[in-house]
Design a protein around this ligand. Sequence first.
Ligand code: GLN
Length: 481
Amino acid sequence: MDNLYSLTAGELLSLLDKKSVKPEEIIESVYSRAQSVDKKIKGYIHLDKEKALSQAKGLPASGRLRGIPVAIKDNICVEGELTTCASKILRGFKPPYNATIIEKLKSEGAVIFGKTNMDEFAFGSSCENSSYFPTLNPWDTARIPGGSSGGSAAVVSADEAIMAIGSDTGGSIRQPASLCGVVGMKPTYGRVSRYGLIAFASSLDQIGPLTKNVHDAALLLGVIAGFDSKDSTSVNVPVPDYLSYLKNDVKGMKIGIPKEYFVAGMDKEVEAAVKEAIALLKGKGAQIVEVTLPHTEYAVAVYYIIATAEASSNLARFDGVQYGYRCEDPANLLDMYERTREEGFGAEAKRRIILGTYVLSSGYYDAYYLKAQKVRTLIKNDFEQVFKSGCDCILTPTSPTPAFKVGERSSDPLSMYLSDIFTISVNLAGVPALSIPCGYTKGGLPVGMQLIGDFFKEEELFRAAYTYECGTDWHKRSPEL
Ligand code: GLN
């Protein structure tokens, strides 16, 4: 079979079960696809065929992902493999240990397949903040793939990986999934271990799947979720069998539509696609109700205070002493710190460090950071109210626009920050959310919708998303490359 790269994990696993293919053939197929199309997309930073193939030899005899290549965002530690957060300051860094999710993937037979490009330290919504090169959108290479997990979304969309792992602090899995036409999920805060994820904003970061369909997202989350004593924010809640919730049935499900998410300025084609999706779910028996999340308007401001504060603190460790880059010929210790950070961080990382240091500084702490934490609680309460009122999930657009052009927002940080107005509140609240393709613009760009769930109720999102997917064929389209 010469088109193995175009199949889903579910399809490949059944071929593997029947012994119709070997893991080596899948790896060869996906690798040669990447060889032929990644010149255009630039989704990978590091990809080594021999390393991928060598893993096929020692696979466990059984395993939920046996033989499936999974691409990994470059901010997740893989032992002995370059892990750079797409930053110059981590050039050459090879972690001496695996992230917990890498151990889990390996124990289920997944093949760790290359590291994907991202905005430096996950700061961004377009992948243009990578210190290597921007990744491009497989549906239109004049456009961005979204970010910060733009590489992971693009390689799944372009069939250069069967599945991928991303991280989501303020939309970084869902927004690129939406812009590239794939499924992406941010699990509940605490659902997936963050041990070995290089921290951006520790109270917001979560690791999650990017896949070709809902089945594969449920499969991949089932593998990476679960309690981990190495992450103090990991929560000991049993992991359900997500695959058992993939039923084409939403009868009686109550879906809330927040009025604050259908705002002026939203792209008309996005709005139309999402409204059609709501009608489809209604037709399948879901009960659609209008709800309100009244503090939504503060989410972007609150996020950019909390996220930058935590980022400035997390990035203090990159000082040229222990990891990665160090400036040449420092005159003394202070010169070494200063020049290493000056030369090692890109413009957006410096902007975040400056903003974060400012909001935490004495005299401003109460006015900004403390105030933002209080408003964060109000945002969380909004979601709790909606779920208490009986809603099983909330449906919104994922991004207010389809993929924008390369360079269109890169010189205007505020317009870039506004790319995440629909995704950020979810991280502030800690609830799970998923993005699923729900149509295409006339120009052929994917549109995504977001389903938001109650804490640790990822299975409800999979059920609604799967039912929607059964009624459409968006997930079957592929970009022409
Ligand atoms: N785009 C948002 C930011 O720049 C979110 C990034 C993320 O989720 N890592 O912070």
